[in-house]
Design a protein. Structure first.
Length: 483
């Protein structure tokens, strides 16, 4: 099967050197909808600096869901200082997200294509269908639900009745704005996210002052865990926080337009920093707020800490932050749908993802319990995303980040990444081993046998990472050297 074709390219416009204008002021990058899908980006269209990645990731991580997750840690029985320690440790997994962004400039390809080196052409289609497309759509739906709850409050302030029709209209409206950014693509994201980061930083700074004024730094939970329970609660909390950075195994999607010679350390560093800083600060605010108000109903409770004039601003910021987050998610989900093997334009694949996500969001808001849904999905994604991240990171280290974009784009049986029957058994077995280890050690929506034997201590995250990485290193070393 031939490689999935990119969107039709318009006639090239004059570059900046020739007196023409471009969307970002960079040569070779035309205005309008991004035309590249999963095809390699040619060197002539590379531009930008790695520091641009900071605002891309920062804007996406100043959001409502991070507040909810931070507050949930205190609700589980941790005191404030334990919760803050868990937040810092969990957000250190942004270092892995930064590492996974490193192949982007070298290959000029998104993560959904780079992972063909790990799993083979056919094996990677399955990987993209599950850990790429399905999980991205679920995250899109959860975040959209979070934004919608804030928008419902804004609608109620105007006197609108919060019936099913109004709620559905709000959800579709937020999704439309989000998908517009995703459809326009990489240039729109790089251009819009710096000002979005500044606006969200200002709003959350005001929120931070209000929250810290009411924070009880000596807060002791009503049901403080005893014995081995604090460790079990802390480990589950780390997995919950880490599920955020681990969900971005697609970070090369946003670094692939950088010039080929861009410093890998700079790419990894700015990506990791862009996620880590807001991740710690916003989750930390959620934990601090949980010592003063009921974070079981965070939106209503937080508004009681704010001056009246600022409450609608805060709600609008929650919606804006989630739009920024979901635009990245939808962008990557669209590439994943192409990488599954569907011959579909990237712009259209994004719209398909949006339609599915809106349907899931309406179900989560109108039928299911939102907070329970958030917890279940975030906990279970660790079973897949932890091992998947470990295999990907190990491959980058083994190959010393040597990836050939055109070779990765070759889907024919004679291609270098066809392996055996289109599957790289080393990657498939390592991923299966890591997922199995995680499943045996998990203690979230169900209790695995290892977790039960340890009294409820959840070791799913470290077990999956270590087993998947170790297995892949042993099995793939010879193949990588030969390549």
């Amino acid at each position: 099967m031939a490689s999935t074709l990119p969107d039709p390219h318009p006639a090239p416009r004059p570059t900046a050197a020739e007196g023409g204008t471009t969307a970002t002021g960079a040569p070779g990058h035309t205005a309008g909808v991004e035309t590249h899908g999963i095809d390699p980006v040619p060197d002539s269209e590379r531009r930008g600096r790695p520091r641009e990645l900071f605002s891309v990731w920062a804007a996406a991580n100043v959001n409502y869901l991070s507040l909810v997750v931070g507050g949930a840690l205190v609700l589980t029985g941790l005191n404030l200082w334990q919760a803050l320690a868990v937040i810092v440790v969990g957000n250190l997994f942004w270092l892995l997200t930064g590492l996974l962004a490193v192949p982007g400039p070298v290959a000029g390809a998104p993560s959904e294509v780079v992972t063909r080196a790990l799993y083979g052409v056919r094996g990677n289609r399955v990987n993209n269908a599950v850990t790429g497309w399905l999980i991205s759509v679920c995250y899109f739906a959860l975040n959209l639900a979070a934004a919608a709850t804030a928008a419902f409050s804004l609608a109620a302030r105007t006197g609108l009745p919060l019936n099913t029709g109004v709620k559905a209209t709000v959800v579709v409206g937020i999704a439309a704005v989000t998908l517009a950014i995703s459809v326009y693509g990489h240039a729109a994201i790089v251009r819009l996210y710096p000002p979005i980061t500044l606006v969200l930083t200002a709003v959350f700074a005001v929120l931070g002052v209000a929250v810290l004024r009411h924070t009880d730094f000596g807060h002791v939970p009503g049901q403080h865990p005893a014995g081995a329970a604090p460790w079990a609660t802390a480990l589950s909390g780390v997995a919950l926080i880490a599920s955020g950075p681990l969900s971005y195994t697609t970070s090369a999607d946003f670094s692939r337009y950088l010039p080929r010679g861009t410093s890998p350390r700079a790419v990894a560093g700015w990506t990791a920093l862009g996620g880590f800083v807001p991740g710690v600060l916003v989750c930390g605010l959620g934990a601090c707020a949980a010592t003063a108000v009921d974070m079981g109903d965070p939106q209503s409770s937080l508004q009681r800490l704010l001056p009246g004039w600022f409450r609608p601003v805060f709600l609008l910021a929650l919606v804006l932050g989630t739009i920024a987050l979901n635009a990245l998610t939808a962008y990557s989900a669209g590439l994943a749908l192409q990488a599954v093997g569907l011959r579909i334009r990237r712009s259209l694949s994004v719209l398909v993802d949006g339609a599915v996500s809106v349907s899931l969001t309406l179900y989560a808001l109108l039928v299911s319990d939102f907070l329970d849904t958030v917890g279940d999905v975030l906990q279970l994604t660790v079973l897949l995303l932890g091992p998947g991240t470990a295999v990907y990171a190990t491959d980058i280290v083994l190959r010393r980040n040597h990836y050939d974009g055109p070779a990765l784009a070759d889907e024919t049986p004679g291609g270098p990444f066809w392996y055996t029957g289109g599957v790289n058994r080393s990657g498939a077995l390592a991923l299966a081993a890591g997922v199995t280890a995680s499943a045996l050690c998990v203690d979230s929506v169900y209790t695995g046998p290892v977790a039960a034997a340890l009294g409820g201590i959840d070791l799913a995250l470290p077990a999956g990472l270590v087993v998947a990485s170790g297995t892949y290193a042993l099995l793939a070393r010879r193949t990588v050297r030969a390549g």
